[in-house]
Design a protein. Structure first.
Length: 444
């Protein structure tokens, strides 16, 4: 073969190889999705937005005018991170201030044509999920809540964004750290009190709202000039707060919970703000011992007059698997029981659910197994159809969760409504009081 012919063939071969490589994309080198920080959003703008002035209304963006560099009013942002635990397995962590929620339930389906993969992020204990298509570092789909009829909220997420509301900050007009006396007003005119407990560091804002029925868990956001924003998403609830600073000791705002609820509120700075004592909202319905008996979700009959409950302190947790405050309280009870394994105390949970039997039994078992709850759980019925006979030992249910504490002789000692969880300044006080109450009843 002549040298010139060989050179020509070599050049043609090289061009062919390079052209083949040019048709191949190497952007996705991961077996599931790209790791790193992601910024998700839930678009709540399908409902009428709450505005403070005509100027505010003119600044609202239409639902199709979406900008990943800032957060339009009515859009709830949240942050999550993706890490690989193995070559083919990821761990997703939701981030709400100090709270980190680990999510390991997902289903990833690659598109054989290499266009749009699909991802389902499941929250089994809350009976909800995110479903999304993926393409070039973008997710787009819905957050779906199964126990609500046709409940879907548009979801988007972008890889590489670690801010929450805004990528560029404005100097805050005031620092709103402190304890605020809050008054909420719902669309039907119903009003209820609350306490806002905020910590502001520069633009960053964290905190929560305490109500007489519990708290709104870990909130995270920002203060921009005279506006402030807070949000949380935990797979169960999607909370968005938007507010305006009127004066350094006066603020107003709006509150969105998913797409089904909204209210306005105003607040004044008050370090002495208090709510009704949670042990006075519900009371014992009898002055006699309660011979409580029931059948657990596993078909086992229990009675307070029989072992292992007789001659022991009993704690009945009235709860629901759909309730984040119940989740926080259950975690507390688990830790307390673990720390005090030898104390003569028995715990029973009484669950009121969104479904009827047997769907509720399946959901309760999933909740129990995922949380490794060691005590019995009883199905109380549908939470919207509670009858007096199901809870005839207290006068009413004001909130989920509610704790009922019985002494060794089956008399009711305390009824505690709601739960102030670890996001609140009242949490340590509750932990101390609970422990002291139990120890006083067992004579320890």
């Amino acid at each position: 073969m002549k040298r010139s012919t060989f050179i020509i063939q070599w050049i043609l071969y090289t061009v062919l190889i390079l052209s083949l490589y040019g048709c191949i994309e190497f952007s996705n080198t991961y077996n599931v999705i790209a790791p790193g920080p992601w910024r998700g959003t839930l678009d709540l703008r399908s409902q009428t937005l709450i505005t403070f002035s005509e100027e505010d209304a003119s600044e609202k963006l239409a639902p199709d005018e979406f900008d990943f560099d800032k957060t339009p009013s009515g859009v709830l942002p949240f942050n999550f991170n993706v890490e690989y635990s193995s070559e083919d397995s990821i761990i997703i962590t939701l981030i709400n201030g100090e709270e980190i929620i680990t999510v390991q339930d997902y289903k990833y389906t690659p598109d054989v044509l290499g266009e749009k993969d699909s991802l389902v992020i499941d929250f089994p204990i809350y009976d909800s999920h995110i479903e999304a298509l993926l393409q070039e570092g973008i997710m787009q789909g819905y957050w779906v809540v199964h126990y609500r009829n046709n409940y879907k909220i548009p979801f988007k997420a972008k890889l590489g964004e670690d801010f929450r509301f805004f990528s560029i900050h404005e100097k805050p007009a005031h620092n709103i750290s402190g304890r605020w006396e809050v008054h909420f007003e719902e669309e039907d005119g119903n009003k209820f009190p609350a306490i806002g407990d905020f910590v502001q560091k520069g633009n960053q804002l964290t905190g929560t709202f305490e109500t007489e029925t519990g708290d709104y868990r870990f909130l995270e956001g920002t203060v921009e000039n005279d506006r402030f924003y807070l949000s949380t998403f935990d797979g169960a609830h999607a909370y968005l707060f938007e507010g305006k600073i009127i004066e350094k000791d006066s603020i107003i705002g709006s509150f969105y919970s998913g797409k089904h609820y909204r209210s306005t509120w105003y607040a004044s700075l008050n370090s002495e703000a208090k709510l009704t004592d949670p042990e006075s909202l519900s009371r014992a319905a009898t002055d006699y011992p309660v011979n409580y008996s029931a059948t657990t979700i596993d078909g086992k009959h229990i009675s307070f007059n029989n072992p292992p409950y007789s001659d022991k302190v009993k704690v009945v947790q009235i709860m629901g698997t759909w309730c984040p405050n119940c989740y926080d309280e259950t975690r507390f009870l688990k830790q307390w029981k673990k720390d005090n394994p030898n104390l003569p105390v028995e715990i029973v949970s009484l669950a009121f659910e969104n479904y009827n039997y047997p769907e509720s039994i399946k959901q309760i078992r999933t909740y129990r197994d995922r949380m490794a709850i060691p005590w019995p759980i009883i199905y109380g019925g549908n939470r919207n159809h509670t009858t007096p006979t199901q809870l005839n030992f207290i006068d009413k249910i004001v909130s989920y969760p509610t704790l009922v504490i019985f002494n060794k002789e089956n008399y009711i000692e305390k009824v505690h409504t709601g739960f102030y969880g670890p996001a609140t300044s009242q949490y340590e006080k509750f932990v101390h009081n609970f422990d002291q109450t139990i120890r006083s009843l067992i004579g320890n």
